[in-house]
Design a protein around this ligand. Sequence first.
Ligand code: 5GP
Length: 196
Amino acid sequence: MESTKHTGLTVLAGPTAVGKGTVSTYIRDTYPEVWLSVSATTRPPRPGEQEGVHYYFKSAEEFDRLIEEGAFLEWAAVHGKNRYGTLRASVESAIAEGKAVLLEIDLQGARQVKAAMPDARFVFLAPPSWEEMVRRLVGRGTESPEEQQARLETAKIELAAEPEFDHTVVNDDVRRAADELVSLMGLTPHARQSAR
Ligand code: 5GP
């Protein structure tokens, strides 16, 4: 039986390039019963991204104001550049309404949520292997050797965070990983089409 330790809040975090975004996109498209938090960010929208669906896009000044107002449950500068944050009020009301709430955030943000809400469920998304992670990080081939080395060093530090989490889900296959995450959240994964 699912432990009563946890609130309805689940936090999914993990190293850069492990595929958190792909897993959460799959969940957004496949599991409407999951209440996926929409973060605020100072990053400009990418083609196809919609305001209020993928993010709430904010100017630096607007983001500063939200920090001052205490509107964030957590926020962080990711890759030292753009800022991203979880809006406290919407998450708290979704939890109060009994929804299965999912935050897909970076490790710094996950630590802040753990400090504020230790009863949440913390799930670490891990790469299938170190080799696969290296392939994903350097495989794009667009960075200098120094930049690639820096990314690998960051990845090692990020992987070391795994013991801080309640569960690990290996991202060997997006659908399988998403189904495992949904099960951990106490929901029933959808039956998958059999290949038979
Ligand atoms: P992207 O710019 O590719 O959409 O996201 C970049 C990174 O920002 C991802 O690692 C994602 O987990 C993280 N991120 C997205 N939203 C939030 C948030 O609200 N808080 C924190 N701390 N990180 C976030």
